[in-house]
Design a binder for this molecule. Structure first.
Ligand SMILES: C[S@@+](CC[C@H](N)C(=O)[O-])C[C@H]1O[C@@H](n2cnc3c(N)ncnc32)[C@H](O)[C@@H]1O
Length: 263
């Protein structure tokens, strides 16, 4: 069973300044792919779950959607979003959890969730909220860390949690497919081809860990087995320390079936 993180909103609130300027969050291949799957339309009413410092919400508005309600439980992240993007017409920042947004049901054409679901204590409840928010035919696009192979399941969760205690679980695509179906959402696209090529030190240092915490993440890299080394493309320096690696991302487009269609 995934462990529940302790006080995740409090942990995230201290990270606003860092995430506001994070290159992989401000831009990055997953944002381009998310936009390509959303195919934003001028009349779209959108919800961005786990908006963090607002990069995905701002990009949707730049693509011409009508409005984005950007949801996050961490006030510090929302404050940073307000500083960067608060001037944008059509943006509404709301403090709430993704599984209980308090927004009216059957009201939105698009829901997005980028790099957030692996932090949710109950992602199934979040998917139910997505289905409640969408109008029939509405689309849901998510990007999330994914376990590409069951053999590396435990290692990815262990290193992700050692780096960030708010990490709950990187699910496999078959798990996402089952959770989407259970929530009444029909998966249209689901791939795990996108890779985030990360500098190991940048990835670790973004979390401002204690020396012991940082040493634990580095130890997990050093002790990665052959499957992890291959699947995460881990590169080491001459001292055996991880230098670079690749994080696989799940990209999913799902729709809420219109009346009479099956999920
Ligand atoms: C990596 S940041 C999100 C990045 C952002 N979506 C982007 O595209 O730049 C992860 C966010 O998930 C939020 N989060 C964690 N648990 C959540 C939950 N249950 N519901 C909604 N958001 C949550 C955190 O507060 C944090 O701001």
């Amino acid at each position: 069973m995934p462990q529940r993180p302790r006080a995740p909103a409090a942990a995230w609130s201290g990270r606003g300044a860092t995430y506001a300027v994070s290159g992989v969050h401000r831009t990055g291949p997953s944002l381009e792919r998310l936009i390509a799957l959303v195919r934003p339309q001028p009349g779209d009413r959108c919800v961005d779950l786990g908006t963090g410092t607002g990069h995905t919400a701002a990009r949707l508005l730049a693509e011409g959607v009508n409005e984005v309600v950007a949801i996050d439980p961490a006030e510090g992240m929302l404050e940073a979003a307000r500083r960067s993007y608060g001037h944008l017409p059509g943006l509404r920042l709301v403090r709430a959890s993704g599984d209980a947004t308090g927004l009216p049901g059957t009201s939105f054409n698009v829901v997005t969730a980028r790099h957030t679901l692996h932090h949710h204590a109950d992602p199934q409840a979040t998917l139910h909220e997505v289905a409640r928010l969408l109008r029939p035919g509405g689309r849901f696009v998510m990007v999330d860390e994914v376990t590409p192979d069951p053999r590396v399941d435990a290692w990815l969760d262990a290193i992700s949690r050692a780096r960030d205690a708010t990490h709950v679980r990187a699910y496999r695509m078959d798990e996402w497919t089952a959770m989407l179906a259970e929530a009444g959402l029909r998966r249209v696209v689901g791939d795990t081809q996108t890779r985030y090529r990360m500098d190991a030190s940048t990835w670790i240092e973004r979390m401002a860990l204690s020396p012991a915490g940082e040493a634990e993440v580095r130890r997990l890299f050093r002790e990665a087995g052959p499957s992890e080394r291959e699947l995460f493309e881990i590169e080491f320096d001459e001292n055996g320390e991880a230098v670079r690696f690749a994080l696989p991302m799940a990209l999913v487009l799902a729709v809420l079936p219109a009346e009479g269609e099956s999920a």
